[in-house]
Design a binder for this molecule. Structure first.
Ligand SMILES: Nc1nc2c(ncn2[C@@H]2O[C@H](COP(=O)(O)OP(=O)(O)O)[C@@H](O)[C@H]2O)c(=O)[nH]1
Ligand SMILES: [Mg+2]
Ligand SMILES: [Zn+2]
Length: 221
């Protein structure tokens, strides 16, 4: 028997991620890996997104946090299936954690699986979860220099949500400079300025996401 050498932790992750991808593909499920710094607004955006889409799209959620089930409780209150992963110190999710979470989250009939990653701008982007899309949230209270300081995550994301627009007047966040930096770093990404607090800009993001779900379903037929 040929012994396969898995040379490092990222290789091992890639093997499992490939298997996850096959499982998603088989069912035509769009899988989204949602990443940001802690507190940028991932869970709040997810709550808005679920409310806008849940009548049209069957959604399931995996929540990643170092500890607590606070985010999963918030998501569960919107009536969608959710599983919480507690990484117990680890600062990102990996494919093996997702595989275990899916033991408790039936995917039958699901159109869209959203994985909220651990709040961190660095390593979550390095671990493939078999997802179709990486999506990032940056909030205007974080400073517009973050794409240049943490380029990998901004480079890998298909969509970037610029949250907390309601707070823009109280900050020195420069939207023009951000748009320029994103155009240089990742010219094909979709940028959605929005406020999960007021709802401004949320519908453009939700429409784009719904189209991605439909396109993925279409591929499987
Ligand atoms: N003002 C304002 N606050 C927001 C907005 N979105 C989220 N928040 C607040 O930011 C904090 C962190 O949000 P949360 O969704 O838990 O962020 P996560 O850690 O990225 O999941 C909470 O107090 C939210 O109420 C927004 O658009 N505007
Ligand atoms: Mg959260
Ligand atoms: Zn990490």
């Amino acid at each position: 028997m040929k012994v396969q050498l898995v040379s490092n932790i990222l290789d091992a992750n890639t093997v499992i991620a490939k298997e996850m991808k096959r499982r998603y593909q088989e069912r035509g499920i769009l899988v989204l890996n949602l990443m940001s710094a802690p507190g940028a607004g991932k869970t709040t955006i997810l709550e808005n997104t679920i409310e806008c889409l849940k009548e049209k799209v069957s959604i399931a959620v995996i929540e990643g946090d170092i500890c607590t089930t606070l985010d999963a409780d918030r998501i569960a209150s919107h009536g969608v299936p959710v599983v919480q992963i507690n990484t117990e110190g680890a600062c990102h999710l990996d494919a093996n954690m997702i595989a275990r979470a899916l033991d408790n989250l039936p995917l039958e009939g699901v159109d869209l699986l959203i994985i909220e990653n651990v709040g961190n701008l660095v390593c979550p982007a390095e671990f493939d979860l078999g997802e179709d899309l990486k999506v990032m949230v940056i909030s205007v209270t974080e400073g517009n220099d973050k794409p240049n300081k943490y380029p990998l995550m901004f480079h890998e994301s298909r969509a970037i949500l610029v949250n907390k627009q309601d707070l823009l007047p109280y900050t020195n966040f420069d939207m023009g400079a951000l748009m320029q930096d994103l155009a240089d770093l990742n010219p094909h990404c979709q940028v959605f300025p929005l406020s999960a607090r007021t709802g401004e800009g949320v519908s453009a993001w939700v429409e784009w996401l719904e189209k991605q779900v439909r396109d993925k379903k279409g591929q499987g037929q």
